[in-house]
Design a protein around this ligand. Structure first.
Ligand code: ADP
Length: 926
């Protein structure tokens, strides 16, 4: 900008205007015009230039003599010419030309921007003399204007917030960046106090302090703070405060450049955290990270190097790359060096496992692998990872060893070992397995279908099912098919295991064909033995029948003979015969019992009885025998014994008879004591003690076995079959008890046994108690007419005599037919019927009688007589329609009990007989 319009009032005064002459003034004026920086050109109204000052010269380059006389038009560019011409037309009409901008052209052809104005110059009479045109170069100003506009645009469009604040902290200017950061539009905020808009209260003090420093002329470059947005959120900002000065250099405000660094801060925070994590990772990573350069210098080593090599990090850096190569195992050094060289120089992959020696001399396996190489500043770098794999190597080694061991076990096993897929083909097997199945070698079997070795697909299905249920199957015996089609018995143990083909089946098997054959032979032998044993039992049972029948006759007849008049001598003989026959019957009964037990055909009864009574009665039976040996037999009962038990009193009596009998037999002086106590578990414990010869420890072991006697010399002296204790121990077992003994040779023996009985309810005990008193004591009150049928004449006579002795009348017949005939001729109160008769046996005869009775509506009581003392006889008799049952040899007591049982209940025959007495067979009374 050149010069300023000179106002007349501001002209300097030279001693006051009064003293000035008009000439002076004119000259003064001309000099001002000449000196003016503006171009002042005088021209005629049509534009011809008449005067040309210094400013015009400077502006257009023409000197006065060059331009005077020329039209103004030469100073205008072609474009500006029409405008100028219009202006000249106005000038001609004496009008002023108000300033306007146009383009001029200089002497040397430069285009310049100029501002023009022109005013008419009139003479005293008001005639237009000419025009004074004032031209000013405005290129500079234009440029400045443009620059300002540009600056404003830059400010306006800046992403950064740019704002100005007045001294009283009110917003003066606000650009778009500020709008974006703070959310306020320029209109909203200009003129408002920053304190009430964007400065948070907690930042106010800081703001005031900064503001004060800027007012003092300081610029605050990039400090961070927080500001409020108009939506109330806080923004993190970076601020630059500068003072705004006026031309006089006074601070009139503060400018602020604001940048939103919320995101940047977040990013920085994330970066910092990532860095920390990265650091921690490097610290804690088990692997060593290394970086080296082509000068063999270590550039980086992660801290855990210390742990791996035993050298401190400082030592590692000091030793450089040789740390690595020098510590490699001699066997591997060459190869590692070679590979590393290739990697470093040619970028070949480097990934190796080798051993290194720690500082303390220990060898470690490491896995070293390069990650990358790169060049920087003329040096080549490489980085990688080093991992301690000692443990893995050890595990691998032990796995390899165990696999080898397993393989050896597999291959050298004498048993067949195999693995097959679940679909069913052999994946693997050993030679032994192939051989068992008749294949040449394992190769011959591997790959074949499992079905090839099964005869029956169902066998395989069954085996699969067992496996599916339990995942394993042990000791399965299978008959498999050998290659040649012959069978082989194997015993297999199989398990399901996860394998390459899915779930696989693995197992071992043994050839048990020989075993199976032996087993089969044994089975056959056992069957043969069993059947011969059965035959033996049956033989014994038959024998007892055959022996019992004549014995029946012997005893019966002796009884009858003893009833007659005899000389004392005869009576003595017969008495001896009777006791011998009784002893013989006892032996036969023992043998029979034993064979029944062996054939498992002995069953215990379940009736109510008094234990105490059974014991007392048994002891009593020995009283005569005891007295003759001058021994006493006592019994002792615990107070808490049950009054009534449910069980088999007959068998209990049999046990006691045996034990007390033995005690008497083997005792010459002292006493025999029978004790019964109740055990905590409700079982009863019986003991029979004697003061006899005792039993050696040796013999005690076998004493309960059949046919065993303590020693042969004593046997000869005392007699016996050696069966007694064997039967006793079997009976005790049937009573869920056990038997044992304590004995000292010379001092005596105590036999103990326990037995379990059911306990009867107290209210019914009285009534149900088995009456063990002699049935013969109850004499029938009525004389009966009885039919006796038996093919054995001795028996027939015996029965007849027994009945006659009781006052009954008897008709005897020797066959079933005869019996039926007799029944047609007369009526009987009862029939005694042998079961085994030649033409028509007792069962058939009974059936026939019962058939006839269906029309007569009568009922003849029938008592069966049988020598069969086996289980099932009683049931058969009752099923055939018989009412009662007695075993042979028939004795008086048993016979009359059976007769009483068979008679109708309202019969007054035997009122003492309990109504509830169960049907009993007295087979083993001694
Ligand atoms: P036996 O019928 O021969 O007596 P047992 O089985 O009853 O057979 O007895 C076997 C053997 O046990 C007897 O021969 C005898 O040697 C011995 N024995 C049994 N009880 C006694 C006892 N109380 N005192 C001594 N020895 C006994």
């Amino acid at each position: 900008m050149s010069g300023k319009p000179v106002e007349p009032s501001s002209l300097p005064t030279f001693g006051g205007p009064a003293e000035q002459t008009a000439g002076d003034a004119k000259e003064f004026l001309a000099s001002i015009v000449e000196q003016s920086e503006d171009a002042i050109i005088g021209c005629t109204p049509d534009g011809t230039i008449v005067s040309w000052n210094r400013g015009a010269r400077k502006l257009f380059g023409y000197r006065s003599q060059e331009i005077i006389g020329k039209n103004l038009v030469v100073l205008a560019t072609d474009e500006a010419t029409p405008t100028l011409k219009t202006a000249i037309e106005r000038m001609k009409r004496g009008k002023a030309i108000f300033p306007f901008d146009g383009n001029g052209v200089t002497k040397d052809g430069r285009h310049i921007e100029i501002s023009c104005s022109a005013s008419p110059v009139k003479d005293a009479r008001g005639r237009l003399m000419g025009v004074a045109a004032i031209l000013r170069d405005i290129s500079e100003r234009k440029r400045a204007d443009e620059a300002r506009a540009l600056l404003a645009a830059v400010v306006e469009s800046s992403e950064e917030g740019i704002l100005a604040v007045s001294l009283d902290k009110k917003v003066l200017s606000w650009n778009r960046g500020a709008e974006a950061i703070y959310g306020y539009s320029a209109e909203e905020i200009i003129g408002k106090s920053v304190a009430s808009t964007i400065i948070p209260p907690e930042r106010m003090e800081e703001y005031d302090r900064s503001f004060g420093r800027v007012l003092a002329g300081e610029a605050l470059v990039r400090f961070e703070s927080q500001r409020y947005r108009n939506d109330g959120r806080l923004v993190e900002v970076a601020l630059t405060f500068c003072p705004i000065k006026n031309q006089q250099g006074q601070v009139v405000g503060v400018s602020a450049v604001v940048r939103d660094i919320t995101q940047a801060n977040a990013t920085r925070q994330a970066l910092r955290e990532a860095n920390e994590n990265y650091g921690a990772l490097i610290q804690t990573m088990p692997d060593v990270i290394w970086m080296i350069d082509s000068n063999d210098q270590i550039r980086f080593l992660s801290p855990n190097t210390e742990k791996l090599f035993g050298y401190s990090i400082a030592e590692c850096y000091a030793r450089g790359i040789s740390l690595l190569f020098d510590s490699i195992h001699p066997d591997e050094t060459q190869q590692v060096r070679r590979s590393f060289k290739l990697f470093f120089e040619e970028g070949a992959p480097f990934d190796m496992e080798f051993r290194v020696r720690r500082k303390d001399g220990e060898w470690r396996w490491v896995h070293n692998r390069a990650i990358q190489t790169f060049e920087k500043d003329g040096l080549r770098y490489a980085s990688g990872l080093l991992t301690d794999i000692t443990q893995r190597k050890a595990a691998e080694e032990s796995l390899r060893e165990s696999e080898q061991r397993y393989r050896l076990l597999f291959e050298r096993n004498l048993a067949g070992v195999f693995r097959c897929s679940q679909v069913g083909s052999f994946l693997d097997c050993n030679d032994a397995g192939a051989k068992i199945l008749g294949y040449d070698s394992r190769e011959d079997l591997i790959g074949r279908s499992v079905m090839d070795v099964f005869f029956d697909p169902n066998d395989k299905a069954a085996a699969d099912q067992r496996m599916a249920q339990h995942g394993t199957a042990s000791n399965q015996e299978l008959s498999l098919r050998r290659k040649d089609g012959s069978p082989v018995w194997i015993m297999a143990n199989t398990t399901m295991v996860p394998g390459a083909t899915g779930t696989e089946i693995e197992g071992t098997f043994l050839d048990i064909t020989l075993l199976k054959q032996a087993e089969e032979q044994m089975r056959l032998a056992k069957e043969a033995a069993e059947s011969s044993n059965r035959a033996k039992s049956e033989f014994l049972a038959n024998m007892s029948h055959e022996i019992r029948t004549p014995m029946n006759g012997v005893i019966g007849m002796v009884d009858l003979a003893l009833d007659t008049d005899l000389s004392p001598e005869q009576r003595d003989y017969l008495t001896t015969v009777k006791s011998s026959a009784g002893a013989l019957l006892g032996i036969i009964n023992d043998i029979l019992d034993f064979s029944k037990i062996e054939a498992r055909k002995l069953e215990l009864e379940r009736v109510t009885f008094s234990v105490e009574e059974v014991v007392r009665a048994t002891v009593k039976e020995f009283s005569v025998q005891a007295k003759s040996k001058q021994l006493s037999v006592k019994c002792d009962f615990a107070a808490d014994l049950p009054d009534i038990a449910i069980g088999d009193p007959g068998r209990l009596r049999q046990i006691l008879m045996n034990l007390v009998g033995n005690a008497l037999k083997f005792t010459d002086q002292g006493e025999i004591m029978v004790r019964v106590i109740r055990l905590p578990d409700e079982a009863l414990q019986f003991s029979v003690s004697d003061t006899g010869i005792g039993i050696s420890a040796e013999k005690q072991k076998s004493i309960f076995e059949a046919f065993v006697q303590a020693d042969t010399s004593s046997t000869r002296h005392y007699g016996g079959t050696g069966l007694g204790l064997a039967i006793v121990s079997q009976l005790v077992a049937l009573m869920q008890g056990r038997i044992w003994l304590e004995s000292k040779p010379g001092k005596g023996s105590t036999f103990y046994f326990t037995a379990r009985f059911g306990l009867a309810a107290a209210a019914t005990t009285e009534e149900q108690t088995q009456d063990r008193r002699e049935p013969t004591a109850a004499k029938p009150s009525r004389k009966l007419h009885i039919l006796v049928a038996d093919d054995n004449l001795v028996n027939l006579r015996l029965a007849g005599s027994l009945l006659a002795k009781q006052g009954h009348s008897a008709v005897t017949v020797s066959s079933g037919r005869e019996a039926l005939a007799a029944l047609e001729q007369q009526s009987f109160d009862l029939a005694l019927m042998d079961v085994q008769m030649p033409d028509m046996d007792g069962f058939e005869t009974t059936k026939a009688i019962r058939a006839q009775e269906r029309t007569s509506h009568k009922h003849l009581p029938i008592v069966a007589m049988t020598a069969h003392a086996m289980i099932g006889d009683r049931e058969r008799c009752l099923a055939a329609g018989m009412d009662s049952y007695v075993t042979k040899p028939v004795d008086a007591a048993k016979l009359f009990t059976a007769i009483a049982d068979a008679l109708p209940k309202d019969s007054a025959l035997n009122p003492s007989q309990s109504e509830n007495t169960p049907l009993r067979a007295f087979t083993t009374d001694h």
